[in-house]
Design a protein around this ligand. Sequence first.
Ligand SMILES: Cc1cc2nc3c(=O)[nH]c(=O)nc-3n(C[C@H](O)[C@H](O)[C@H](O)COP(=O)(O)O)c2cc1C
Length: 188
Amino acid sequence: MKVVGIVGSPRKNGNTEILTTHTLRAIADEGLDTELIRLADLDIRPCNACMVCQQEERCPIEDDLFPIYLKMKEADGIILASPVYFGSATALIKALMERAGYISLRNDRPFNRKVGGSLVVARRAGQNFTLAQLNFWFQILDMVVPGSTYWNMAFGREKGEVSNDEEGLRTAWNFGKNVAWAVNKLKG
Ligand SMILES: Cc1cc2nc3c(=O)[nH]c(=O)nc-3n(C[C@H](O)[C@H](O)[C@H](O)COP(=O)(O)O)c2cc1C
């Protein structure tokens, strides 16, 4: 059983990646396989509404999206993580959500009843909106979203600052434990 954590920050080794790695560690601690997928430096363009995926399970845009879609399809759990940019998820993760989400919707919903959830990092504001924005994606895709001991958010500005947010880390850890628990219950 496997959980993929997709990091939608354009900044490598940043706060979102640190938080996601922490959550994946909690999941690995329960014996599941994990993989961190970093969107930084990948070419992920937005959906262009060509509707090819309504006819067949593919996307004609030639970039890095489709192999990630296949990994998401194979996984038992999917985590989407984003820093807050202007009160919202990043354009990078939004592009992945649009395309992976639409291919899935139009091709027998392979994400159906997988476990999923989000992680958000902010300097100061916009974290509630962004968390809701990401969680809506899981809900329309018929997925199961476990909770944690707080909302899945942590604070930091410069790279590494999130490591000082003890409650944020604990929340992300407990979320990972609940993801692993839910995957084991649903798939075990
Ligand atoms: C373009 C841009 C917009 C941002 N907008 C917000 C914002 O609206 N609210 C906020 O709290 N932080 C905002 N930030 C700060 C980031 O969310 C913060 O630095 C975060 O830790 C970055 O995560 P990363 O290290 O994973 O890239 C913004 C940063 C950038 C570069």
